[in-house]
Design a protein around this ligand. Structure first.
Ligand SMILES: [Zn+2]
Length: 254
C-alpha cells in the first residue's frame, strides 16, 4: 500500500510536469502566431502598423477581404446596378430629386437630405451591402423624424418631418441608410440583413402625399453622428479595394 501511494504521487507529479511543459510550448506557439498579425491603426492622426501582441485593450480587426466584401454598395432594388447607374436611371428631376436642394419654408429652411429614386410602387427594397443591422424601423405611415432646419437669421433648429414607414440599416462601414415612404416594412429592430433580404416595399407614405410627387424611394445616407451626406460623394468611390491599398504600403516588421 505504501509503495502504490508514492507511485500515485509520482504519476501526479509527472502529469503536472507534462501539463506545465506542454502549456509552455503552446504559449510560445500562440505568441509566434500572434506575431504574424500586423494591425493598422491610428495614433495622433498618423497611420501606424503594430503587432497584435502589443495591444493591451481588446481590439477588433477587419480583414481586407471583409472591407472589400462589405464596403461595396449597390442598388437597393437588387437590379445589379452600381450607384452611378442607379442615379442616372431613377432620378427624374436633376435638381429637386438630388441631395441638398432646398426644402421647407422661409421660416424653417431645410435641405433635401436624400435622393429620390422613382421606381414603380411596391418595388421590393434590399440593403445596400451584403451585411447590415436594422437600427430603426417604423410601420407607422405617419412616422415623424427629427431633422435639422434653419430659422430666420441663421438660427439652427430642428423640425419633425413625416417620413412615413421607415427602415434604417447600419452597415459595417459605420454608415446608415434610411428608406422612407415605404408601403410595407418586413424587418424588425436589430435584425441582421443581407443582399437577399427584402426589407420592405416602396410606396406613398409620409409627406409624399403633399409633395405632388408620385411614389418613390427616398434614400438617405447618414454618418455615425447622424449627419446626412450626398450619396454621390461616397458611392462614386465604391470600386475601392482594401487589398490593393495593403499591397502598396510598406509594413515594417519590428
Ligand atoms: Zn426625398
Amino acid at each position: 500500500m505504501k509503495i502504490s501511494a508514492s507511485l500515485i504521487r509520482a504519476i501526479i507529479i509527472i502529469i503536472l510536469l507534462i501539463i506545465v511543459i506542454s502549456d509552455f510550448f503552446y504559449i510560445k506557439y500562440m505568441e509566434k502566431k500572434l506575431d504574424n498579425i500586423t494591425i493598422l491603426t491610428a495614433e495622433a492622426d498618423s497611420m501606424i502598423a503594430i503587432k497584435a501582441s502589443s495591444f493591451k485593450e481588446p481590439v477588433v480587426v477587419f480583414t481586407a477581404d471583409f472591407i472589400d466584401t462589405f464596403y461595396h454598395y449597390s442598388s437597393p432594388f437588387k437590379d445589379g446596378m452600381d450607384f452611378n447607374e442607379l442615379i442616372k436611371e431613377y432620378i427624374k428631376n436633376r435638381w429637386s430629386d438630388h441631395y441638398g436642394c432646398g426644402r421647407g419654408t422661409s421660416e424653417r429652411k431645410r435641405i433635401h437630405e436624400g435622393i429620390d429614386l422613382f421606381v414603380p410602387e411596391n418595388t421590393p427594397v434590399y440593403p445596400l451591402t451584403n451585411f447590415g443591422i436594422v437600427t430603426e424601423v417604423s410601420d407607422n405611415p405617419h412616422y415623424l423624424v427629427q431633422v435639422e432646419c434653419e430659422r430666420r437669421g441663421g438660427i439652427i433648429d430642428s423640425i419633425k418631418i413625416e417620413y412615413g414607414k421607415t427602415i434604417r440599416i447600419l452597415y459595417p462601414e459605420g454608415f446608415t441608410s434610411i428608406y422612407t415612404h415605404l408601403n410595407e416594412v418586413f424587418v424588425e429592430l436589430n435584425q441582421t440583413v443581407d443582399r437577399n433580404t427584402v426589407v420592405g416595399l416602396t410606396g406613398l407614405t409620409g409627406n409624399i402625399r403633399n409633395s405632388g410627387k408620385p411614389s418613390h424611394l427616398h434614400l438617405e445616407l447618414r454618418d455615425s453622428e447622424n449627419r446626412s451626406f450626398d450619396p454621390r460623394n461616397r458611392l462614386r468611390f465604391e470600386q475601392n479595394s482594401a487589398e490593393n491599398f495593403i499591397k502598396h504600403i510598406k509594413i515594417d516588421s519590428e
